[in-house]
Ligand binder design. Structure first.
Ligand code: PEP
Ligand code: MG
Length: 547
């Protein structure tokens, strides 16, 4: 049995096969060969197999998500069959007398560099596809299981680190747990794991060896442990723990339909965070009062070109209709920082967390912003949608947003399209916004406090940097005071204030938040019922006395 320890992102126990996701470059070894013809044959056979895989994937995707989204597999097939690519691989095998794997990796690097240097944005984006097809070929050449993650049984994902754009493309219904070598507790991958309510560990430092693939594993999320090839004793112990956990979950079900009210009558709204309409079911099943944060940027990260107004409209309308009278807050796109999206063609920044992200990007490129606003305004005619703007630092920004919203409405009117009049609120996630929340409160309908970024900016601590965890204090008084100030200023102006960062789900702070008068907590769907239980067991007067 091999035992690894990591930082716990999300509790729970998962048992199943381990699947190593992605492969470090170093796994492609350069090997000399005297038999170039045999290597060329291996390469050609691998191409045939890859084309067959892609045809199958195309068919599956066409049925599940439609022709437009399936087209990517056709593009990959065309690239694989491209004469220049094939000639380059075979030439390298011939002239350098080396193995097919190395020739494929090297050709892919050359082609990717060539694409990246092109003027045309569409062609630049093809660099990622070249990487994809070369990884497919390498999987086949190295005898790795075909389409492990897309088509197999549910697995425990073992990865170096996952970028948000990679995470969002995984088929989440087939993932039992996440374990990453690196990664920090507040990274978006960690947040995704919490949203999905699946056990997850980061920072395990495990060496990603291809022969871990397919081995039996157990993740004990709460204890931060990963066991590979577990022995009988560990298996029996964790099976027992899993049963106890399931019983606890069943007990929580009895809280559905009950109020979020403390022992002494203080009530609060419990909303859900989500980043994909696939999670809508979880929102409804966990009895959320509404959606407090829909991270709409994931619509952009899932694609390799801009989503159209029509595509976005359909997504937002689905959310509005599914939630009925309940409020669903859609946050406008928060691209930038760790959420990079190639086709935006953004300049490389020295310090992207302090760079052109979120609302700054929208205000500098209003043509992109307006497409999303028009889609949101149209969808808001179908339910109780609200719009929320991220990374605000000034009143001037809010006023400029209002002007752009008016322009978007005028454009819809000119096209004769109906739209609603959604509430508009802002995230309070910069120290500037918290400090001028009295001024901002007069400009908007609500505040939602983003404690993930607020903590990063107040404490000057990069939320992605795991090596700084010892300096991180999620309960730092500076952050808690800013929350309190924001709530006070909201109430003074007659608007409501909630929290949608990860801190909202912290059971140790529920009493504090109720005492501060926070109106809403928005958390991962799986956290709603445990939080309702904590609220119903809290006596707020105890917290009010100590203030
Ligand atoms: C936050 O910063 O707290 C937040 C909710 O937004 P995100 O985690 O997506 O940056
Ligand atoms: Mg944020």
């Amino acid at each position: 049995m091999q035992v690894y320890h990591g930082k716990s992102v999300c509790g729970g126990i998962a048992m199943g096969k381990v699947s190593v996701y992605g492969r470090p470059e170093s796994h492609v070894k350069r090997e000399e060969t005297q038999n170039q013809e045999a290597e060329i044959r291996r390469y050609r056979e691998a191409t045939v197999t890859a084309v067959e895989q892609l045809d199958r994937l195309y068919e599956k995707a066409r049925q599940e998500v439609g022709e437009t989204d399936a087209a990517i597999f056709e593009i990959h097939r065309m690239m694989l069959e491209d004469g220049d690519f094939q000639e380059a691989v075979e030439n390298i095998i011939h002239t350098l007398s080396i193995n097919a794997e190395y020739a494929v990796a090297r050709t892919a690097d050359n082609f990717a560099r060539m694409f990246q240097a092109m003027e045309d944005e569409y062609m630049r984006n093809r660099a990622a596809d070249i990487k994809d097809i070369s990884e497919r070929l390498l999987d086949i050449l190295q005898g790795r299981e075909e389409e492990r993650i897309q088509a197999g049984e549910p697995v425990i994902i073992l990865a170096d680190d996952l970028a948000p754009s990679q995470t969002v493309q995984l088929d989440t219904s087939r993932i039992l747990a996440f374990v990453t070598v690196r990664g920090s507790l507040n990274s978006h991958t960690a947040i995704l794991a919490r949203t999905m309510g699946i056990p997850a560990l980061v920072g395990t430092g495990i060496s990603l060896d291809a022969d871990l693939d397919g081995r039996p594993g157990i993740v004990d999320g709460a204890a931060g442990m990963l066991y590979i090839d577990p022995d009988e004793e560990t298996l029996a112990r964790l099976r027992g723990a899993l049963e106890a956990e399931n019983e606890k979950k069943e007990l929580l079900q009895t809280l559905k339909g009950k109020a979020n009210i403390s022992v002494d009558g203080h009530s609060i709204q419990l909303h859900a965070n989500l980043w994909n309409i696939r999670d809508l079911n979880a929102v409804l099943q966990n009895d959320a009062d509404g959606i407090g944060l829909f991270r709409s940027e994931f619509i952009y990260l899932e694609r390799d070109s801009f989503p159209t107004e029509e595509e976005q409209f359909r997504i937002y309308r689905t959310v509005a209709q599914a939630m009925g009278k309940k409020r669903a807050i859609i946050r406008t796109l928060d691209i930038g920082a760790d959420k990079q999206c190639g086709y935006f063609g953004m300049e490389k920044e020295e310090n992207p967390a302090l760079g052109c992200r979120a609302i700054r990007l929208c205000l500098t490129r209003p043509e992109i912003f307006k497409i999303q606003l028009r889609a949101l305004l149209r969808a808001s005619a179908y339910g109780n949608l609200a719009i929320m703007y991220p990374m605000i630092t000034s009143v001037k920004e809010v006023r400029r947003i209002r002007e752009i919203v008016e322009e978007a409405k005028a454009e819809l009117e000119a096209r004769g399209l109906a739209y609603g009049h959604p509430e508009q609120g802002i995230m309070i996630e910069t120290p500037a916004a918290a400090m001028i929340s009295d001024l901002l409160a007069g400009e908007v309908d609500f505040f939602s406090i983003g404690t993930n970024d607020l903590t990063q900016y107040v404490l000057a601590l990069d939320r992605q940097n795991q090596s700084l965890d010892e300096f991180r204090d999620a309960h730092h008084p500076a952050v808690l005071r800013m929350i309190e100030l924001t709530v006070e200023n909201a109430h003074r102006a007659g608007i409501w204030a909630g929290i949608c960062g990860e801190l909202a789900a912290d059971p140790e702070l529920v009493g504090e938040f109720l005492a501060m008068g926070v109106d809403e907590l928005s958390v991962a769907p799986e956290r709603i019922l445990p939080l309702r239980k904590a609220i119903r067991e809290t006596d707020v007067s105890e917290y009010l006395r100590t203030r």
